[in-house]
Ligand binder design. Structure first.
Ligand code: HEM
Length: 373
């Protein structure tokens, strides 16, 4: 092949669009089972292409997770890497939004059109998507937290080589664990003589005491309502205790209430409360991006469950699950960053935030304004 000078003056073979993108392989990878059986179903082409498009985007998500892991799995995450980690997470969020929207294209296929070829697919199912399982595992979904629809492990329906890939993904440090490790190292939770949890505890107790006083003085409430209000405040105090008391937190963690470690939990609350301090702005965006991922994935699961109900009603799935019921249940059960959502319970209004010692505020600033007139 003729060589042409490359941009840096090196000689290289000219790049041709179709060969660069391997379009010959990509575009000859849509083979309808219905056509093979001599009864071509028009919509099977859409079904295949939509699934392939999902798998391509899953591949990109895994590629982003590789890069994020390489930066995040360090004993000390470099400050300058945090921006790249957040950008990678934001990209995953953008892809997930697209994946939710993509169901609309598949829904132009009616249930009757689907029936033209559905029976030819048994026992294949999205349940066997290795990349989807890898994404779940890499985010932090543990095998023991999964909902199994029968007594077989969830990966028993995969070919041995595929199962190996899923097991390998489970063995890697997941994003949830890396997040915990990083949060637990947040320096400002204890700084000099400042103990965030003690300052915060005082502010919370003052807020709850005032709420209790207001409830008692509220003559518009009946006796029963006042009692129920008092019970709710007690409950709130008990939940708050997980942040202040390591033993309580451990018990709650063992009971599965919290996944985050005690120190990580405190740091996450600190970041949420003081997110306007310059040094915490990027950590806050990181937590927000993880919540977006959790939310978009849950939306994807719910959207997929609705699509399934629309297509097959109450029928069993081709992979053997109860179909819609199973998918609805995993949408909630397979969430990974639920702790970050639960943190909102612990937020107090800005007006009640304990003031940070001046020296700590200085340590949290960028210092640009220091010389300003
Ligand atoms: C007509 C369209 C679809 C139907 C009727 C359908 C049906 C189902 C059903 C019933 C399940 C539960 C497992 C089973 O018993 O088979 C399932 C799981 C799954 N499907 Fe779909 N699906 C459709 C489209 C898609 C698309 C476009 C994707 C994109 C990749 C997808 C990905 C998945 C995944 C990843 C699972 C596993 C979910 C989990 O276990 O958490 N499905 N599907």
């Amino acid at each position: 092949m003729a060589k042409t000078p490359g941009r840096e003056g090196r000689s290289q073979a000219p790049v041709y669009y179709a060969s660069y993108l391997k379009l010959d392989r990509l575009l000859s990878s849509q083979e309808r089972e219905s056509e093979r059986a001599g009864a071509p179903a028009h919509d099977e082409m859409l079904f295949i292409i939509v699934h392939q498009a999902y798998e391509l985007w899953f591949k990109q998500i895994l590629f982003e997770l590789d890069a994020i892991e390489a930066l995040f799995d360090a004993p000390n995450v470099a400050d300058r890497d945090l921006g790249r980690i957040v950008r990678g997470l934001d990209r995953i969020v953008a892809i997930l939004k697209l994946l939710v929207a993509q169901f609309e294209v598949l829904e132009t296929m009616t249930p009757l059109d689907f029936l033209e070829f559905r029976d030819r697919l048994f026992p294949a199912s999205g349940f066997q998507s290795v990349q989807f399982r890898q994404i779940e595992a890499r985010l932090g979904l543990k095998r023991q937290h999964r909902l199994n629809f029968d007594d077989r492990p969830y990966d028993s329906r995969l070919a041995p080589a595929d199962r190996e890939q899923v097991v390998a993904a489970e063995a890697r440090p997941d994003l949830g664990a890396l997040l915990d490790r990083w949060l637990a190292r947040t320096p400002f939770v204890e700084h000099g003589s400042f103990r965030f949890r003690e300052a915060y505890r005082k502010a919370v107790l003052a807020m709850l005491a005032e709420d209790a006083r207001t409830a008692r003085a509220n003559l518009a409430l009946g006796e029963g309502e006042r009692r129920s209000e008092a019970e709710q405040l007690d409950e709130a105090a008990a939940r708050f205790a997980a942040i202040f008391d390591e033993q309580r937190h451990r018990a709650m963690q063992e009971a599965g209430v919290w996944r985050l470690s005690w120190r990580a939990l405190q740091a996450a609350v600190l970041i949420n409360l003081y997110r306007d301090e310059p040094v915490l702005q990027l950590p806050f965006r990181l937590l927000a991006a993880l919540m977006d991922i959790d939310e978009e994935l849950t939306t994807w699961r719910n959207r997929h469950a609705l699509l399934v109900q629309r297509m097959i009603g109450m029928k069993l799935g081709t992979g053997g699950s109860s179909g819609h019921d199973y998918l609805r249940a995993v949408a909630e059960r397979h969430r990974v960053f639920g702790d970050l959502f639960a943190l909102s319970t612990f937020l107090i209004p800005r007006s009640r935030l304990p003031a940070l010692p001046a020296e700590l505020r200085r340590a949290m600033g960028f210092g640009y304004a220091e010389g300003a007139p």
